[in-house]
Write a protein that binds this ligand. Sequence first.
Ligand code: ADP
Ligand code: MG
Length: 694
Amino acid sequence: MRPEILFPLFATLNSLKGVGPRIALLLEKAAGPHVVDLLWHLPREVIDRRDRPSVADAQPGKIVTLQVHVGKHEAPSDKRRPYRIHCSDVTGPLILTFFRGDKKYLEQILPQGEERLISGRLDLYQGIKQMAHPDHIQPLDKADEIPDIEPVYPLTAGITPKVLSKAIAAALSRAPDLPEWLNAEHRKREGWLSWRDALMQAHMPGSSGDLSPLAKMRQRLAYDELLANQLALTVVRRNAKRQGGQSLKGDGTLREAARKALPFTLTLSQETALSEIFADMESPQRMLRLLQGDVGSGKTVVALMAMLNAVECGGQAALMAPTEILARQHFETIATIVAKLGLKCFVLTGRDKGAVRKEILAAIAEGRAALAIGTHALFQDEVAFRDLKLAVIDEQHRFGVHQRLTLGGKGIRTDMLVMTATPIPRTLTMTAYGDLDSSRLTDKPPGRIPIKTVVIANNRLPDVVDGLRRKLAEGAKVYWVCPLVEESETSDLANAEGRYADLCHSFGETRVSLVHGRMKGKEKDAAMARFIEGPADILVATTVIEVGVNVPAASVMIIEQAERFGLAQLHQLRGRIGRGDAASTCILLRAEHMTETAKERLRTLSETDDGFVIAEKDLELRGAGEILGTKQSGLPEFRLADIALHGDLMRVAHDDARLILETDPDLNGPRGKNLRLLLYLFERDAAIGNLKSG
Ligand code: ADP
Ligand code: MG
């Protein structure tokens, strides 16, 4: 239960003075539903109002605070024209303008004949100094109301800066003095203020330097957030382990048979990963392991071997993929092998309905299905396993899916293996997975011919099409990836459809197939099948082919407007080719003019094929903010911390969390109690459920 001291911070926004239901709704959109969310809404800029010149000395374009004598009001006859108020000081005239100004209101705040202080941006219009809609207007005895330095908050449509500032000020006045959860030595060393003081200062920047994420008060707040993140992850993970797993050590018969059925021998990293996995499974603790490996590094076989170990022990194993296509593909790979072992493998996705679905569910419940493969449909309530001993989660790009399973899950003693195709930098691994054990597939299966990557300007498209004709004659299959238009599925589609029509025109309709995200399952399968089995040998696609899809005969990939794609995404796409015996080529079509970063991305890609190198470069070029910011990535989003800039803080928080939990495993000591507050403050309530109370 949330401690009382935090109640005021978790009240709804309309409990704040001056915030009605309409404003509350808008604020909620901008920041979040609770008072505490406004605390995290930090200023983005500062306005310095200390410049107080005379009207004559005031510089157009600058923010100034002026003392003026209010003169005649001039209401416009034409509503489209501004309301004008003639003002002056001894050095010269100044006109205040208000569009759609309300006469009554203006006469009240700027009465003719009186002195007023005004602050805002000065303009020069037809040789006369003007100020449109001053930010502040005050009588002389209320000069204090105009701040010397004013924070500017990221805005949201429908809320004026004034309303937002007031709401935030109201929220800040609710911030209690919380007992310190940081180590005193650590705080002293860093020169950090208390939580409340740091918060207040962060909202009252004295200069633009105070807006830097590396400013002391911002660092302190970021550290709090990172520490909460690391504590929560560590607690949850430790508990998942504490719950105890099962000791799984099969007799090896199925695995032996599978090795014989495979048309290749395992690589050294596959073997290493497997011995790590088998050791985990054998230990009585629950396995929670991450298997990182570049596209095509052969994670599926590793997963299969682990699954077979579970089956040898009389249990079942499940593999969950992020998409329908990928689930079906894993199924195809795995089913053919396990059929040779006399095992039954079923696939379950949202698309299986009615009697078919019933039968699959029954097979899983009765244990007839030794292996089950599917999308997240596999982990819904209606699916009951007879004895699920191992769950493999193929996350591809969507990190952290496993957390929901660990937290709320099915089969609490089930061993878990999480596969990801994006090698991610260590700091990012920490934020998403905490301390998860990890195996890395660093070498590629042998015999791979490196992919040749070339960057070609868009205007040479006709040459590319000509080249394609030659490749097709040699029997190559080709992916044609269409430009990604951000946030617009419709234009993605239009692009893909346009290109599809062009290519049909050049090569004939039978040779070209089209697949995109809007297609229904069956349509998509049919389009894919035309490409995989023929007669089509060009597949025009939006980015849906990004995850999954294994077509060994595909040896050419063309990516249009490659500069629009992210580095990791391009790398992932490119991994779809180079899976067969033929030499493969990836053509990146680029715009004539590109930003430096875009150039660097494409250069990196043509120079290296190492996912770990690419991942680091991606972090460097994009910054973690962007990587973390993408909602669908599943990575936790931080309000105050920026992983690209706070990597060092992250590492300290990581060690700090471990040390804390080693000495006070359930946070019941004096510091522990305060750390519980921290967890509540950052809404890691679920983690607290994992602690025993003292
Ligand atoms: P990932 O899932 O890591 O992207 P896959 O598991 O799909 O990669 O493997 C890519 C391809 O490499 C598959 O066609 C697979 O059969 C093949 N493969 C896997 N391991 C080996 C190996 N040790 N030797 C040769 N080929 C392999
Ligand atoms: Mg185990």
